[in-house]
Design a protein around this ligand. Structure first.
Ligand SMILES: NC(=O)c1ccc[n+]([C@@H]2O[C@H](COP(=O)([O-])OP(=O)(O)OC[C@H]3O[C@@H](n4cnc5c(N)ncnc54)[C@H](OP(=O)(O)O)[C@@H]3O)[C@@H](O)[C@H]2O)c1
Length: 246
């Protein structure tokens, strides 16, 4: 594939206002995609990413949606279709991470995290998949977490939501693989320059065999490699500095 292998494609990156999503948005735009940079509260950050992309000659738009509500996922895909065209690449990357002990996570907290981290990715995929299959090309990538593999340190709600993404990827991937659509998840851990570090960066980096926190660009590198590759599907791939050997 050439440098601009996503030319003519439309990508929706949820959580494009955050550390990992912003970096992935820029890279997809550099590879030629028209990019919908989604945000929830942080419109300014999404607009900054859009401005960066436009400044480099790319095409992007910022679209807001609070994914705690069930109907916003469908509405979000509809907005992208109207503004940029049908979604070819869905990076369901937005996430809610509220550290809490299992004794403190009640039904409401559990449901809220599941709604954003698991139900919304499912509804976004469900809404995007028919068009992808019809066009015989699609990429769905969930941003999970090493917490979905190990339990992690954020809490039971977060770990469950991320582990759920793995089951979702496996269920969907098998059913759409023959239509040119790949479905995968990446599982980062302890990435700097994000709003999600569950503690002091210095102390957290001591948990990482590589000896430092990861960078959003390193997660985006892996995401791009997965998105470029039509023969990688049904996988959960970690980018965690060696925390969790598999
Ligand atoms: N950073 C890490 O160490 C790490 C490790 C493992 C996994 N991850 C995963 O990586 C993904 C990206 O997070 P990040 O690291 O880039 O952190 P981040 O900078 O905090 O970004 C989180 C993103 O999620 C969006 N979001 C939060 N609540 C939302 C809601 N109710 N509806 C829709 N979107 C919402 C945020 O939007 P607004 O800012 O606009 O509100 C933001 O764009 C997440 O799924 C996270 O679980 C991160």
């Amino acid at each position: 594939m050439t440098e601009r292998e996503f030319a003519g494609r439309v990508a929706l990156i949820t959580g494009g206002s955050g550390g990992i999503g912003a970096e992935l948005s820029r890279r997809l735009a550099a590879a030629g995609a028209a990019v919908a940079v989604h945000y929830a509260a942080n419109r300014g950050a999404a607009e900054d990413v859009v401005a960066d992309i436009a400044g480099s000659g790319g095409r992007a738009t910022a679209i807001g949606a609070d994914l705690r509500a069930a109907d916003t996922a469908e509405q979000l895909v509809g907005s992208v279709e109207r503004e940029l065209g049908p979604v070819d690449v869905l990076a369901a990357n937005a996430g809610l991470s509220r550290p809490a002990s299992w004794e403190d996570v009640d039904a409401a907290a559990f449901d809220e995290t599941l709604a954003v981290n698991l139900r919304a990715p499912y509804l976004l995929a469900r809404r995007s998949l028919p068009g992808m299959r019809e066009r015989r090309f699609g990429r769905i990538l969930f941003t999970s977490s090493v917490a979905g593999l190990t339990g992690g340190i954020v809490g039971p709600h977060y770990a469950s939501s991320k582990a759920g993404l793995h089951g979702l990827a496996h269920f969907l991937a098998a059913r759409v693989a023959a239509d040119g659509v790949t479905v995968n998840a990446i599982a980062p851990a302890l990435i700097e320059q994000t709003g999600m570090l569950p503690g002091d960066p210095g102390a957290l980096s001591e948990r990482v065999p590589v000896g430092r926190l990861g960078r959003p660009g390193e997660v985006a590198d892996l995401a791009m490699a997965v998105l470029r590759n039509g023969y990688v599907t049904n996988q959960v791939i970690s980018v965690d500095g060696g925390i969790h050997p598999r």
